[in-house]
Each structure stands twice: as structure tokens, then as C-alpha cells.
Design a protein. Structure first.
Ligand code: PLP
Length: 372
């Protein structure tokens, strides 16, 4: 079965092997050496002033960011389930909470953010997804951050990059916290989350908030290549192997370029066979299709072609399907996925199969390469 859900993503065989070795104790020079190397790779990936790894799924890092970087009121952007989660985290922690809500296909309007800030001087942090995985859209995070910082550089910008870090280069010039998670673009099992922090964020964190999620305790320890509590050793070992695999494959820039071409090629291939891309501004992490037959298409993809894609949640349940584009993906697998979608459309009597999806996919994927 080809796993093409936008999280979890498949774990490469060599990475599974690396994680299958004997248990390593976390307070040893051997593990500290691995931790140090992984940390260096993370600085290179995130381009932030500080980095911290946590043993938690992505939501743990979201909560750590909110409690440590917001001391008054959080403004969260809700264009989907993950954006909504930031507001719930603020409320659960007794913080003020203001939300800008849009339909799940609509990125936030920077003007709406600026207007909301004007009317709510208590807002001291803004939380937004880079790529909102609920509908597969890309928010204008970099532009938003730049405009906010012009008005008030003390407002913390928290960017959830769980389906964006490792997918595309993110300009962190005006971002205070960039979050990543293991089971999406980083091609690992779930359980490790990562926060990249600006110097300004580290300053605001001070002595930190919370206990397990206190970022001050972690920053102090991780600068010494250890962790405050037991590290997720297996996942850190896996992450180092991921970085070395990406390097062997040609490096991050090549991965970003391939992901971008893959995203464009999949989108064009599916549009060619009459499907509609859901978000107004799609993120390169996934292609989301809204379709009356979404549910049936998903089932047939799985049963007849061995392709597992994700559906939708809440009001989009049964109305969309989402195809992953994150990670090191073989071209022949991606080509098979779009071909399978076309075969399914033939099967349900929507369109006669003529191989167009595969043709367009290959044309765009390989032509963009020779032209660039
Ligand atoms: C997957 C995901 C998360 C984190 O979810 P967990 O289940 O806690 O790992 C957060 N934000 C986005 C955009 C995601 O795609």
C-alpha cells in the first residue's frame, strides 16, 4: 500500500534500520554526540537563532509556544482545524483569545490581522499555520509577520510549519517561533516536535512558563546537547539519519525544488482530468481536491490501486481528499498516484481513461527540471 496521506508519511527503510538498534541511554557521550549533530542540522533547516526538540507530537510544541510566548492575549488564525487548535490552547491555559475565522479554502488577509491588532492592544502574540493541513492552504505568513513587526516588533509571531518545514524555504526574518513535527515532512514516526526561536523569543521566554513544556529549561539543557527530561532518543537518531539521507540525495535545496515541481505537476495533472483544487492558495505540502465523489474515489484508490490518501475532517468529511507531496517521494510512485485517480474516474463513469493525468504529470515535472 502506498501511503500518500499528508501525515503520517512513510519512513525510509534506512531510517527504520537506524532506529532499530539497541537502546541507547540518553545521558551518555554517545547520545550527546548524536544530539549535537542533529541540532546543527536543525539550525540549518530552520535558520532560526535557537532550536529546541520536545518529546511530543506537534500539538505539544504548539502549546509550548503559546504558553511561553503569549503572556496576555493570543490572536489565532482559524482557516482550519489546526489554526482553531491554537485558540483552544490559549483558552485552556487561561490566556485571552481572539480569532480570525475564514472558510477552510481561504488564507488569512493581512489587512484583517492589522485591523484586529488596532482594535485589541492586549494581543501580544499571533499564531498561524504556514501550511494549514485541514484544507491544504498556504497562509501569507512571511508578509503577515513583516507587516505586524512594522507596527509592533514585540508581538510574537508563532508559525506552525509542521507541514511546511522540510517542504519549502521559509523566510524566518520576522518570525519568532517556527514549529516542526516528526511525522510530516520529516518522514519519521510521530512523537518528536521541534521549535525554532528568534533571539527576541528567547528573551521573552525568560525563565519560562509551565513545567514539562517550559522552554527555558529546555533551551538551557539543549545548548549543552542534552534535554531536561528523557529525550526521545530513537526519534532523534532517526532525525539525524533523515538529515544524512537528504544530504546524500542532493540536499535541502534539491528537496524543495523537487517538492515544488511535484506539487505543480500533481495539481496540473488532476485539473487536466476535470478535478478541482480546493484551496485558493495551495500549499506545496499536499494537493486537496474537493469533489462530490471524494469518499468513493478514496475507497477505490485504496481497494483497487493500493493508494492511501487522506479525507477531510468536520464539515469537509467526505467532501475532499488530500494527497501528500512531502518528503523524499519516488517520481514513479507519484506518477502512479495521479494515474490511479484517473483510472478511478473511469471506473465510476466520470471520464474515459486516456492517460492524460500521467502525461501531464511527467511533462510538467520533467520540463520544469530542464528549464530551471
Ligand atoms: C499534524 C499537524 C499538527 C500537529 O498535530 P499532532 O497530531 O499533534 O502531531 C499541527 N499543525 C499542522 C498544520 C499539522 O498538519
Amino acid at each position: 500500500m502506498l501511503l500518500f496521506t499528508p501525515g503520517p508519511t512513510p519512513v525510509p527503510q534506512n531510517v527504520r534500520n537506524a532506529m532499530g538498534q539497541e537502546t541507547m541511554h540518553h545521558r551518555t557521550p554517545e547520545f550527546e554526540a548524536i544530539f549535537e549533530k542533529t541540532r546543527k542540522h536543525l539550525f540549518n533547516l530552520l535558520k532560526t537563532d535557537e532550536v529546541v526538540m520536545l518529546s511530543s507530537s506537534g500539538t505539544g510544541a504548539m502549546e509550548a509556544a503559546v504558553i511561553n510566548l503569549c503572556h496576555n492575549t493570543l490572536l489565532n488564525v482559524n482557516s482550519g482545524k489546526f489554526g482553531e487548535r491554537f485558540g483552544k490552547i490559549a483558552q485552556a491555559n487561561g490566556l485571552g483569545s481572539i480569532e480570525i475565522k475564514n472558510e477552510w479554502d481561504t488564507p488569512v488577509d493581512v489587512e484583517d490581522i492589522l485591523e484586529t491588532l488596532k482594535n485589541n492592544p492586549n494581543i501580544d502574540a499571533i499564531a498561524v499555520q504556514v501550511s494549514e493541513s485541514a484544507g491544504g492552504l498556504r497562509h501569507p505568513v512571511e508578509a503577515l509577520a513583516e507587516e505586524v513587526k512594522k507596527i509592533n516588533p514585540d508581538i510574537m509571531i508563532i508559525a506552525d510549519g509542521i507541514t511546511a518545514v522540510g517542504v519549502e524555504r521559509i523566510d524566518v526574518g520576522h518570525i519568532d517561533c517556527l514549529i516542526a513535527g516528526s511525522q510530516k515532512a520529516l518522514m519519521l514516526p510521530p512523537g518528536l516536535s521541534i521549535l525554532g526561536l528568534s533571539n527576541k523569543a528567547v528573551e521573552k521566554i525568560g525563565s519560562g512558563k509551565g513545567y514539562y513544556l517550559n522552554l527555558a529549561s529546555e533551551i538551557k539543557k539543549q545548548r549543552q546537547n542534552t534535554t531536561a527530561y528523557t529525550a526521545a532518543t530513537t526519534l532523534v537518531i532517526g532525525l539525524l539519519e533523515i538529515f544524512e539521507t537528504i544530504e546524500r540525495d542532493g540536499g535541502l535545496e534539491k528537496l524543495y525544488d523537487e517538492t515544488s515541481r511535484r506539487a505543480k505537476a500533481v495539481k496540473a495533472a488532476l485539473e487536466t482530468i476535470g478535478l478541482h483544487v480546493y484551496p485558493k492558495i495551495p500549499a506545496p505540502s499536499m494537493t486537496t481536491i474537493d469533489d462530490v465523489d471524494a469518499s468513493q474515489i478514496r475507497t477505490l484508490l485504496k481497494e483497487n490501486y493500493g493508494v492511501n490518501v487522506a479525507g477531510g475532517q468536520d464539515h469537509l468529511k467526505g467532501k475532499i481528499f488530500r494527497i501528500n507531496q512531502m518528503g523524499l517521494i519516488s517520481v514513479y510512485e507519484m506518477a502512479w498516484v495521479v494515474n490511479s485517480v484517473e483510472l478511478v474516474l473511469n471506473e465510476i463513469g466520470r471520464r474515459k481513461y486516456d492517460g492524460s493525468a500521467n502525461k501531464i504529470f511527467n511533462e510538467i515535472f520533467f520540463n520544469l527540471k530542464t528549464n530551471s
